[in-house]
Design a protein around this ligand. Structure first.
Ligand code: KG4
Ligand code: ZN
Length: 341
């Protein structure tokens, strides 16, 4: 099998997505989102998202096959996100993928969604150089990973001890009255604000026993500090400088992510940093990473937005890597793991 063809299926949160990848070529990429249905609740409602997956699954998968000009019988394997994510959402995607694979007699891989965010960069930038580091940031994850072999071995270098970066932005955005998801609103307002206007902490890095966690992140304290500052200003009857709040928050979060990613690159002697996840759309983070990357001689690979946010291409690409590496497909009774490490 020189260039395996894999159908990838994604349903970890509010996107129902399917894509076909052949070798390193993206043949189709279809995404349906239930985001609009969650907006008025201020966050993703798992039951609503699960129902939306059940509705969109067949239309999205058939469109992905049609756009690739293929039948299910033409693919070499299927891959599906088995975690981490919302349990009900994962169950819909995994059950659907199992049924398709079983009916068509095709192998199926249950994959780790976060590793998919790393794998997808191959579609735009080609293979990974040795000792690549990956920074995956979204509403659900903030992880720094060492990519030894994307199909076989990825080490966790650091992770968030509490809130993910996107989650922190979304919570502050809510206090400022922006609709969900608030991250992009903070980004836009930050562009006209003063990043030094308000002192925002850069996140705690101490372990429980005072042990340093140099590569871990913590954004819950950042959110609390900003919330308290807004509360005090409002109590004192002062006007809230929204742009300055956004700029100060964005600067703090982007700085700590960039600083720790570069520290990790030094530790692992890595000349390449891959960036992925919905939060990598953030202008302040992109600018900061490119700036420090240039200073330290690290090539920063941030893919185009449609590959950064949740999609089926990331799942299909990792599926191709697994087929190529000769990894055994998942047993048909494999389970979802909403807290997959
Ligand atoms: O990867 P993603 O689409 O879904 C998750 O797996 O969470 O990421 C969505 C997250 C949300 O928290 C959203 O507010 C944030 O990414 N986000 C942004 C921007 N675009 C999306 N945060 C800051 N600036 C942006 N431009
Ligand atoms: Zn994701």
């Amino acid at each position: 099998m020189s260039e395996p063809i894999v159908l990838g299926i994604e349903s970890t949160c509010d996107e129902t997505a399917a894509a076909v990848v052949q070798g390193r070529r993206l043949r189709s990429n279809v995404v349906a989102s239930s985001m609009q249905e969650h907006a008025r609740y201020g966050g993703v409602i798992p039951e609503i998202a699960s129902r939306a997956h059940a509705e969109a699954f067949v239309p999205v998968v058939s469109q992905a096959l049609a756009e690739a000009d293929l039948d299910l019988s033409d693919v070499d394997a299927l891959a599906v996100s088995a975690g981490p994510g919302l349990a009900g959402c994962l169950a819909v995607g995994v059950s659907g993928a199992k049924s398709l694979a079983w009916a068509a007699g095709k192998p199926l891989y249950g994959i780790n969604h976060v590793i998919g965010h790393i794998a997808v960069t191959q579609l735009q930038f080609g293979p990974f150089p040795p000792d690549t580091l990956a920074l995956i940031v979204s509403g659900g994850h903030t992880s720094l990973l060492h990519v030894e072999d994307v199909a076989k071995h990825v080490d966790v270098v650091g992770t968030t001890l509490d809130d993910a970066a996107g989650e922190c932005f979304d919570k502050v955005a809510r206090l400022l009255g922006f609709p969900y998801p608030g991250g992009p609103h903070i980004d836009r307002h930050a562009q006209s604000g003063d990043p030094k206007a308000i002192r925002v902490p850069q996140g705690l890095t101490q372990g429980k026993a005072g042990r340093e966690h140099p590569y871990d992140f913590s954004f819950s304290g950042v959110k609390t500090a900003v919330a308290r500052w807004i509360e005090e200003e409002e109590a004192a009857g002062r006007h809230i400088p929204v742009d300055d709040v956004c700029a100060s928050l964005a600067d703090s979060v982007a700085s700590v992510l960039a600083r720790k990613a570069m520290l990790g690159c030094q530790e692992y002697d890595s000349r390449t940093l891959i960036v992925g996840g919905g939060f990598s759309a953030n202008s302040q983070l992109r600018a900061k990473l490119l700036e420090v990357g240039e200073e330290q001689g690290v090539e920063v690979r941030i893919p185009e937005l449609k590959l950064c946010t949740d999609n089926g291409a990331m799942v299909a690409m990792l599926g191709v890597n697994l087929v190529e590496a000769g990894v055994r497909p998942s047993a048909m009774d494999f389970s979802i793991d909403s807290a997959m490490p």
